[in-house]
Design a protein around this ligand. Structure first.
Ligand code: ATP
Ligand code: FE
Length: 337
């Protein structure tokens, strides 16, 4: 069964072809235009998707070495995301499915981040149900209990900023370019994580809060720069390591609470921030220290990609759950919907 996946929820245009759950191609076109604005500009994002979508889909088919009439279904991101961006992928997927007379498969982007764990790879570990997934991305921070492919429960989530935002906003305070998460990770590896101490927020046992941390970092930096003009420059690695350490401690504390409450020790991470080297390391350590079984996605399936959309579409296809042509893009969509 060949499924084409299309992802266009934010600022990456991506297309992937999978065959029976195995990825044949996964093409991602990053949009460079946003960097100089320090964040994603929605109007520019939808225009870039318009330009990218045809070549990206063609490239995905070419790399998979198949023709479009060999496809069995078209999967696309219905939401959540930027409306203008979602519309490009949704309209394209609808027309292609109609033209080829094959099933249209609508995908929830947040479920897809989690279901990327079901992509078949040579050395892949597939989590057994139920498992706990810590979804950490640019727009979400959630602890999800995954009962089945399409039966998920939110056990806890952020009450303000997402963890990806905490990384990106901290990076911005340090004068680093957008998106700063990967840069903090890179510099943190050269610094001392205990150099500076930031307090952890106090919120409900499985919920998160990151806006206070961001403000604390801002005030700390402003104060230090006043006293020592080159503070950031001279301490960049230590600052990054300390910020990252605090954020990852918060995440691990909540995961520990979730394990305690549910008695489930199969723990997965998903979303862009699951590319972070520290969270990956800590999850591996948890196997030895606490007897958890950890599920860590391959790098290319952490940040937005169409392979995760295609695998979710494939699971829908096996379930005979097809979308109608009347399906619409949804800017807001919960992982449980
Ligand atoms: P959502 O999926 O919630 O709609 P999104 O699709 O915009 O949001 P993703 O693409 O899943 O988000 O993740 C992007 C985020 O991941 C950015 O905030 C980015 O800084 C962060 N990120 C990527 N790599 C790393 C890393 N190595 N360390 C920390 N953060 C990272
Ligand atoms: Fe995402």
């Amino acid at each position: 069964i060949y499924i084409l996946g299309i992802e266009s929820s934010c600022d990456d245009t991506s297309a992937a072809v999978i065959c029976n759950g195995v990825v044949l191609s996964n093409v991602v076109a990053n949009q460079e235009v946003h960097a100089k604005y320090g964040g994603v500009v929605p109007e520019l994002a939808s225009r870039a998707h318009q330009q990218n979508i045809v070549p990206v889909v063609q490239q995905a088919l070419k790399e998979a070495n198949i023709e479009k009439h060999q496809l069995h279904g078209i999967a696309f991101t219905r939401g959540p995301g930027l409306m203008g961006s979602l519309l490009v992928g949704t309209s394209f997927a609808k027309s292609l499915a109609l033209g080829l007379k094959i099933p249209l498969l609508d995908v929830n982007h947040m479920q897809a981040h989690i279901l990327a764990h079901f992509i078949k790879e040579e050395d892949s570990r597939i989590p057994p149900f139920p498992f706990i997934c810590l979804t950490i991305s640019g727009g979400h921070t959630q602890i999800v209990k995954v009962n089945n492919h399409f039966d998920m429960e939110i056990l806890g989530e952020t009450i303000d900023d997402a963890v990806g935002e905490a990384f990106d906003k901290s990076a911005k305070i340090l004068g680093l370019p957008y998106p700063g998460g990967p840069l903090i990770d890179k510099y943190a590896q050269l610094g001392n994580p205990k150099a500076f101490k930031f307090t952890k927020p106090k919120v409900g046992d499985l919920d998160f809060s990151f806006s206070g941390l961001k403000t604390a970092i801002l005030y700390f930096i402003q104060k230090q720069e006043k006293e020592q003009p080159n503070f950031i420059k001279e301490n960049l690695y230590d600052i990054c390591a300390s910020i990252q350490y605090t954020i990852i401690e918060i995440l691990m504390d909540k995961l520990k609470n979730a394990v305690k409450q549910t008695q489930i020790t199969h723990i997965a991470i998903a979303g862009g921030v699951s590319a972070n080297s520290e969270i990956r390391k800590r999850l591996k350590m948890a196997e030895q220290h606490w007897g958890w079984t950890s599920y860590i996605p391959k790098f290319e399936y952490t940040t937005d990609n169409a392979a995760m959309i295609a695998i979710t579409g494939y699971l829908n296809f096996l379930n005979n759950t097809y979308a109608d042509v009347s399906v619409t893009a949804q800017a807001r969509l919960k992982v449980t919907e």
